[in-house]
Design a protein around this ligand. Structure first.
Ligand SMILES: Cc1cc2nc3c(=O)[nH]c(=O)nc-3n(C[C@H](O)[C@H](O)[C@H](O)COP(=O)(O)OP(=O)(O)OC[C@H]3O[C@@H](n4cnc5c(N)ncnc54)[C@H](O)[C@@H]3O)c2cc1C
Length: 257
C-alpha cells in the first residue's frame, strides 16, 4: 500500500510505503521512475494549450482540461504539477506547486505563471514543456484565499508569488484600499496581470533572499495602516514569508492564520 501526503511545502512531501514482502521483492527490479510514473497515472490530466515567455525568467503556461469546467474553485487555490514525467527523479522532486493565475471554467482553461530562477525540476519543466503536452496534476486548497472581510489590503511577494497575488487582488470587491511591495533583483522579472494592468508597486532590490532588505521596507509600507481592518497577504520565497510572519506576529502583534 502506498500513501502519499502532500504538504504546501514540497520539501515536506512524504512517501510512506508499507514495506511488505512484495515491495522488497520488486524494489531491485523496478526503478523509482516507474513508481513515479505509476503515481502520475492517478492524477488529473490537462493539455498545454498555450505557452509564451513573459520575460527572461517566467513562462505563461495555459492548461486545458474538461475537468476545469466542473472544479469547485476558490481564488487562491493552486495545482501540484507532476514535473518528473519521463525522468528518474527523487520522489520529492516530481511535484511542484503553481498558483492558479486565472481559471476560466467556461473555456476549461487554467493560466499559470512559472518562474525558472529556482533552476530545479519545476524550472526545467517550464522551459522544456510545449503546447500539446499532457500534464498530470492535482488541485490543492490554500489558506491564502480571497477574503473580502477587510477594507484595507497589503500584498507582499516576489515574482513567483505574483500570479497568486494578482488572482486574489482581481477577485476582491471593488473599492478596497490596497498597498503593496512586489520585489525582485531584476525588475523586468515582474510582469503585469493577464489584462495588462499593474495594480502593485514593483521594487528592484539588491538581494531578494535578504530578509533584512524586505523587513526594512515594512515601516514605510505600513504607515497609516491599522491592524484592525487590514488583511496582509504574504507569499513567495519561504524564508522571507517566515521572517515577515514573525515580524507581523511577534513585533507588531498582528493575528496570523
Ligand atoms: C502554494 C505554492 C504556490 C506556488 N506558486 C508558484 C507560481 O505560481 N509560480 C512559480 O513560479 N512558483 C510557484 N511556487 C514555487 C514552485 O512550487 C517551485 O518551488 C519553484 O518553481 C522552484 O522549483 P524548482 O524545482 O525549479 O526549484 P527547487 O528545486 O524547488 O529549488 C531550487 C532552489 O531555488 C530556491 N527557490 C525555490 N523557490 C524559490 C523562490 N520562490 N524564490 C527564491 N528562491 C527559490 C530553493 O530554495 C532552492 O535552493 C509555488 C509554491 C507553493 C508552495
Amino acid at each position: 500500500m502506498i500513501n502519499i501526503h502532500h504538504s504546501e511545502n514540497q520539501n515536506r512531501t512524504l512517501l510512506q510505503i508499507n514495506r511488505t514482502k512484495t515491495l522488497q521483492i520488486i524494489r531491485p527490479i523496478y526503478s523509482m521512475g516507474l513508481i513515479n510514473n505509476l503515481i502520475a497515472g492517478f492524477l488529473d490530466k490537462a493539455t498545454i494549450s498555450y505557452k509564451t515567455p513573459l520575460n527572461a525568467n517566467t513562462f505563461h503556461i495555459q492548461l486545458h482540461s474538461e475537468a476545469f469546467r466542473k472544479v469547485n474553485h476558490v481564488p487562491g487555490y493552486f495545482v501540484r504539477i507532476f514535473v518528473g514525467k519521463g525522468k528518474d527523479l527523487a520522489f520529492k522532486d516530481n511535484l511542484r506547486s503553481y498558483s492558479a493565475w486565472k481559471l476560466n471554467k467556461l473555456n476549461g482553461t487554467l493560466e499559470l505563471a512559472v518562474c525558472t530562477h529556482g533552476a530545479g525540476p519545476g524550472s526545467d519543466w517550464a522551459k522544456e514543456c510545449k503546447v500539446g503536452d499532457e500534464v498530470s496534476f492535482t488541485w490543492k486548497k490554500s489558506n491564502l484565499v480571497v477574503d473580502d472581510a477587510a477594507d484595507n489590503y497589503v500584498f507582499i511577494g516576489d515574482s513567483s508569488a505574483l500570479a497568486h497575488l494578482y488572482e486574489l487582488h482581481r477577485n476582491l470587491l471593488k473599492g478596497k484600499s490596497v498597498k503593496s511591495i512586489i520585489y525582485d533583483e531584476i525588475e523586468s522579472n515582474l510582469f503585469p496581470d493577464l489584462d495588462g494592468s499593474r495594480p502593485f508597486h514593483f521594487h528592484n532590490i539588491a538581494n531578494a533572499q535578504s530578509t533584512t532588505s524586505i523587513l526594512e521596507m515594512m515601516p514605510v509600507l505600513l504607515e497609516g495602516v491599522s491592524s484592525s481592518n487590514t488583511i496582509v497577504y504574504v507569499a513567495g520565497d519561504s524564508r522571507i514569508c517566515i521572517a515577515l510572519n514573525n515580524y507581523f506576529r511577534k513585533e507588531l502583534r498582528w493575528e496570523s492564520r
